[in-house]
Ligand binder design. Structure first.
Ligand code: ADP
Ligand code: ZN
Ligand code: ZN
Length: 738
């Protein structure tokens, strides 16, 4: 006689395990009384972990005597609702990733660690009555004095939370603690997410905007699931369309989720939402403290924040009344996470919108080729906005042929002349170069020796201000060599251009114009980017130098000339997406120019002025260039005409990654049949990085189903390969770079 198997609870724990683990309910409770979505404390081996119940009341194949009970329940009601649990499960299946790690991506840090849900609130600070920055206690604490002054400026009558303090230059938190200890500021705990002010002015929509809004969400109740591509040139008023759609969603009693790229979540965008809607808006961005993040997340999860704006991980926020999803700049690469769970937030957003009957708007001036393809095949509705809203006219684009031209630190005489003219006319100029540092290569003029990273085998970038060499692939740093280690000749020479050099050269050339550089090096400090963007708008700096950080969504109304220093980087790259990326980048940079009354001009330096991609892009615009690239992809059997998954492996030894992938290919091949191509293994485009050798195996199929079937069946086989123990390996479904 076998006893009936007990009802158990299945718990996702933060460990790299393919499956959730089985537990008995805590003593005195029935398994079915423990709802999925509740957090529990469990033991795994000797460790105690916070896990999430993903199923309950089911039976287990494990012998009852070997099952342990859950130690305790952390929530009375589910923290994660059934819909979000469904999304987590889907992501785990689709990306073939451990479900416990998907949960880690979905929950804010504090909740992941088991913190309670009730203490949620927001901390704010106000100046103590009578507190004076000139007080003797602050005589030697300049920064504290500044912060106190800033608080008073924001308003002495009320407390100010982190969001208001974000614009204070630098890290204000330690300063605030010091001020608190001196009794000069008072801390207040208040319920999180006060409604924003609302009541701001609004534009009367132009006909193209009206058509888009009515096409996407006809006046009235929620229209249900559907994906709409809103293809509109920069400045055509897409954000204004989002605002009207959100208004309709809110009127229908539904929540709106707005996903934005990493750095697109600027204070300006948030301010626009806040002045439009007098409701609590949950903004989930990297500037939040842990408590604030929990606060925003919980308010959204309880349905009390009608609007959630956030970067990619916001797609996992529980939203019980979801009715509208906006993915702004939907082509942006930051929506794809490049480590751990390699998910695409846009793709998950569409899946979840289907589950919850929500409308999806994908907005971009340069839609991703997959998105355009879906629109052309009729799966997505397609709306166009071809003209700029308001008074702005589109910029003109021109190629500058730099073949056989003498360049001054990468700048042609033509470009320099154009910059000079614009500055003289009082305009603002933006020069774009997607390479930070002073020079990408340091070379010996005696013997041709190049300073390389010993861990990556690639040249190290010379940073002049820091007087150091830095590897941009592994962050290794070394001192600048005074002489060549090979032949002893002194003063190796920096070769090529980076933004730092450009800044130096321009400052020397145009001594009266202030130069402002915006790249990862100048914006590392918290708040530094906001500060610099503010400075751009103040007009103190007629000359702006930046990397692609500057191309995303920012409005620079006074910029009338954009110079692209080097368009050739993207033309001959091995990455199959290089052309798509280049076309998007050029159009996006161009979009920064002439947004207000003055028309803009874009000058693109290239050594390939006859390249078909550049010709098509300039003559016929992005849609035509996209068609040409799609035709290439179709011919090559690459996405969106095929589906890819990439197995990557790395190890300190050179042979291990290739050996593992060869064994993997051998294990998969009999099951791949004729439906999935196995391409490789080959060394990765960067064969060594941070001291580890890297290789990859590409899986390609015409349709998704056989690819995913192969992965489901095959991955457990790979886990069991002896070669797997000698490498670190990972799977990337729908990889964006190969
Ligand atoms: P996008 O998001 O497409 O770049 P925005 O919505 O930010 O465009 O609009 C660009 C500029 O045009 C903004 O300054 C905005 O205030 C203005 N604008 C948008 N719609 C209108 C309109 N219907 N009438 C007048 N100005 C508008
Ligand atoms: Zn030398
Ligand atoms: Zn390196």
């Amino acid at each position: 006689m076998t006893s009936p198997s007990p009802r158990i609870i299945r718990v996702a724990v933060p460990l790299p395990l393919r499956e959730a683990l089985d537990y008995l309910p805590p003593s005195g409770k029935a398994a079915s009384a423990v709802s999925p979505g509740v957090r529990v404390l469990v033991r795994v081996g000797q460790r105690r972990l916070v896990g999430l119940v993903v199923e309950s009341g089911v039976s287990s194949v494990i012998a009852p005597g070997r099952l342990r009970p859950v130690q305790s329940l952390l929530d009375e009601a589910p923290l994660v609702d059934a819909q979000t649990l469904g999304l987590i499960r889907f992501a785990a299946d689709y990306y073939h990733h451990p479900i416990g790690e998907v949960v880690m991506n979905a929950l804010p840090g504090l909740l992941r660690e088991g913190a309670p849900v009730d203490a949620a609130g927001e901390t704010a600070w106000r100046a103590a009555p009578g507190a004076d920055p000139a007080a003797p206690g602050l005589a030697r604490a300049m920064r504290q004095r500044e912060l106190l002054g800033y608080l008073l400026e924001l308003g002495a009558d009320r407390a100010h939370a982190a969001e208001a303090l974000a614009a204070f230059p630098g890290d204000w938190r330690p300063l605030m603690r010091a001020l608190e200890e001196k009794g000069l500021v008072v801390r207040e705990q208040r319920p999180c997410l006060a409604p924003s002010p609302g009541g701001g002015e609004r534009h009367v929509l132009n006909p193209a905007q009206v058509e888009a809004v009515d096409g996407i969400w006809p006046q009235g109740p929620a229209p249900g699931f559907g994906v709409h591509l809103l293809e509109g040139v920069t400045g055509s008023g897409k954000t204004e369309v989002y605002l009207s759609l959100i208004e309709r969603a809110l009127a229908a009693g539904r929540q709106a989720l707005v996903l934005v790229p990493e750095i697109g979540l600027t204070p300006q965008l948030l301010a626009r939402f806040r002045s439009r809607f007098a409701v609590p808006i949950a903004a989930l961005h990297s500037g939040l403290g842990d408590g604030e993040r929990r606060c925003a997340w919980l308010t959204a999860a309880r349905g009390a924040a009608p609007i959630v704006i956030g970067t990619r991980s916001a797609v996992f926020t529980p939203l019980p009344h979801l009715g509208l999803v906006v993915v702004d700049e939907e082509h942006d690469a930051s929506f794809k996470q490049q480590e751990n769970l390699r998910y695409h937030a846009r793709d998950l957003a569409i899946w979840r919108a289907r589950q919850q009957g929500a409308r999806v708007v994908l907005g971009s001036a340069t839609p991703a080729l997959e998105t355009l393809h879906h629109a052309r095949e009729g799966r997505y509705a397609h709306h166009h906005m071809l003209a700029r809203a308001g008074a702005a006219r589109p910029p003109t684009l021109r190629l500058l042929d730099v073949r056989h031209k003498r360049l001054d630190s990468g700048l042609s005489a033509q470009l320099l002349a154009a910059v000079g003219e614009r500055l003289a006319a009082g305009g603002q100029v933006l020069l774009f170069l997607n390479r930070r540092g002073f020079a990408p290569v340091l070379i010996c003029q005696g013997c041709g020796w190049v300073a390389r990273c010993p861990r990556c085998d690639t040249p190290m970038t010379y940073h002049a201000q820091a007087r150091r060499l830095r590897c941009h692939h592994c962050d290794r740093e070394t001192r600048l060599p005074e002489a060549c280690p090979e032949c002893g000749q002194v003063d190796p020479m920096p070769l090529g251009q980076g933004t730092e050099r450009l800044e130096t050269v321009l400052a020397a050339r145009f001594p009266d114009a202030g130069v402002l550089r915006i790249d990862r090096d100048t914006t590392r400090r918290r708040g530094a980017l906001a500060e610099r963007l503010e400075a751009v708008h103040s007009g103190e700096y007629p000359l702006l130098v930046g990397t692609q950080m500057l191309t995303k969504g920012h409005h620079f109304p006074s910029v009338t000339l954009v110079g692209v220093i080097d368009a050739d980087q993207g033309l001959y790259s091995v990455d199959y997406r290089a052309h798509e990326r280049l076309a998007q980048l050029l159009v996006q940079v161009a979009g920064r120019a002439g947004r207000a009354e003055q028309p803009g001009e874009v000058l693109i330096q290239t050594g390939q002025p006859e390249h078909p991609l550049l010709i098509t892009l300039l003559r016929d615009g992005y849609p035509a260039a996209a068609d040409a690239i799609l035709a290439e992809r179709r011919a090559a059997g690459m996405p969106p005409f095929a589906h890819l998954a990439l197995l990557r492996a790395e190890a300190p030894g050179e042979a291990a990654p290739m050996a593992f992938l060869a064994a993997a290919a051998a294990a998969l091949r009999p099951r791949a049949a004729r439906t999935v191509d196995l391409l490789g293994p080959v060394p990765a485009p960067m064969p060594r990085r941070a001291g580890r050798h890297r290789a990859q195996l590409l899986l390609r199929a015409r349709s998704r189903a056989p690819l995913h079937r192969l992965l489901s069946e095959g991955l457990p086989l790979l886990d069991a390969l002896p070669e797997a123990r000698r490498v670190r390996w990972s799977l990337d479904v729908d990889p964006v770079d190969l």
